[in-house]
Design a protein around this ligand. Structure first.
Ligand SMILES: [Zn+2]
Length: 438
């Protein structure tokens, strides 16, 4: 789904999840334990311990995860260029304008015309982008042993996402165009507010109506893990009835947990990969982090930040639209920015803006993630569990990037940053954790 709108919402949805991959090899686990034990027997040195943890992950496994993550940088660029080609194919020779004419011939109401056009646009661009989707989200995920679905199961999930995009994005786009017709070039301010409302609505319904379409969610069974999570939450002044578990192993091997929902639907969930492949200390460390997102209200923070950034993007689209049609659009048959036939162009311009803003999006998310990390360390008091889970997440996220690379391209803190933070926390709280280390 390369529709830029869906990408935004997908980003917003995924932003608050800790995603990763499990299954550290036995050798790596042993090396990590040795590192932890060696550190425990001497005066505690956070920097040396960090290096020891990082050194425990090396060789082909590390090269593979680095290759997966660095390849992801290029996917951002190629995905953007692929989107330009799709838009150009739709615009050239007035094809988009002919779809608009058909919509206008079949309804007198401008709102319905834009709904019809948007549905057709999403359908066409999804079909044209399908080879790209197969490569990035099916073939490549299998290539790096991150996916568990066969093609038909994967295709089924894509079909569900496609239907949701047709319904949700068509309505959203039609509302934006109604605002453009009414407010003219000042539409971008209203657009930002409507986007905030739309993302908030999506967040509200996601746990109840969207997530169950892809996975089965069940309240976590009573036991040491549930007790540990609820006790930790209670310490932080949050009373939960339930924590949810979902069968992510149906799709992937990644460890994951997340905060979803808004208001009454707000909840914390963890997946079965995390449950089955981690120690209680590691699960506590992850859930302390999620609790941080929950307590710090990060869902609303993200809604506000993303809407504001997108509002500026709408302004950019408004300014660049006329220039682009004048320069390239002689055969496109687009009448102006309020003409729905210009949607492929508006979408590409917004993509260009978002491409340039990638480091800004990443940094907004990464700052929240870092706050949740700090909160989680205080809440769970499991610095070594946090460090080993950071190493497990490094199976798909480059463990040790340069600071500039992390600043520009990481939407979560790197493994190095997280292990260092955990060891610094441990050094500052030696009295509290000493009994556990011995
Ligand atoms: Zn997080």
């Amino acid at each position: 789904m390369t529709s830029v709108f869906m990408r935004v919402f997908l980003t917003a949805l995924l932003a608050l999840s800790v995603v990763g991959l499990a299954a550290v090899t036995p050798e790596a686990s042993f090396a990590q334990e040795a590192a932890a034990q060696e550190a425990a027997s001497q005066p505690f040195d956070p920097d040396a311990t960090t290096e020891a943890y990082l050194a425990s992950l090396s060789g082909p496994e590390k090269e593979k995860s680095d290759a997966y993550f660095e390849g992801g940088y290029w996917l951002i660029l190629w995905g953007f260029l692929y989107g330009i080609v799709v838009a150009w194919l739709l615009l050239r020779n007035g094809f988009s304008a002919r779809i608009r004419d058909w919509c206008e011939a079949h309804s007198k109401r401008p709102f319905l015309q834009t709904v019809f056009y948007s549905a057709a646009y999403i359908a066409l661009s999804s079909v044209m982008s399908f080879p790209w989707a197969i490569y990035t989200s099916f073939y490549r995920e299998h290539q790096y042993d991150l996916a568990t679905q066969d093609f038909s199961a994967w295709f089924g999930d894509q079909a569900i996402g496609f239907i949701m995009a047709i319904i949700g994005a068509s309505l959203f786009i039609a509302v934006l165009y109604a605002v453009i017709r009414k407010a003219g070039t000042k539409w971008w301010m209203w657009g930002a507010g409507i986007t905030a409302g739309f993302i908030a609505l999506l967040m509200l319904i996601t746990p109840v109506f969207i997530n169950p379409l892809f996975n089965t969610y069940t309240p976590l069974e009573a036991g040491p893990v549930k007790n540990a999570i609820l006790a930790m939450a209670k310490d932080q002044g949050v009373e939960f009835d339930d924590v949810y578990m979902f069968d992510a192993s149906a799709q992937s091997t990644r460890i994951s947990a997340n905060v979803s929902g808004l208001g009454a639907t707000k909840r914390i969930s963890l997946n079965d990969n995390l449950m089955n492949q981690s120690t209680v200390a590691e699960i506590k460390a992850v859930m302390g982090h999620e609790l941080g997102h929950y307590v710090l209200g990060h869902v609303l923070v993200m809604v506000a930040m993303f809407s504001a950034i997108l509002g500026l993007g709408y302004l950019f689209v408004t300014l660049a639209f006329g220039w682009a049609t004048k320069r390239w659009g002689a055969t496109w048959g687009i009448k102006g920015i309020d003409d729905i036939a210009g949607l492929p162009l508006a979408s590409v311009l917004l993509s260009a803006y978002m491409f340039v803003m990638t480091p800004v999006f990443n940094t907004v998310i990464r700052v929240n993630e870092s706050q949740a990390d700090a909160f989680g360390l205080d809440a769970a008091k499991e610095p070594d569990g946090f460090a080993t889970i950071a190493l497990k997440l490094a199976k798909y996220r480059k463990l040790d990037p340069t600071p500039l690379e992390e600043f520009l391209l990481f939407d979560h803190p790197s493994g190095r940053t997280r292990v260092q933070m955990a060891m610094d926390w441990k050094a500052a709280h030696q009295d509290e954790t000493k009994s556990e280390a011995e």
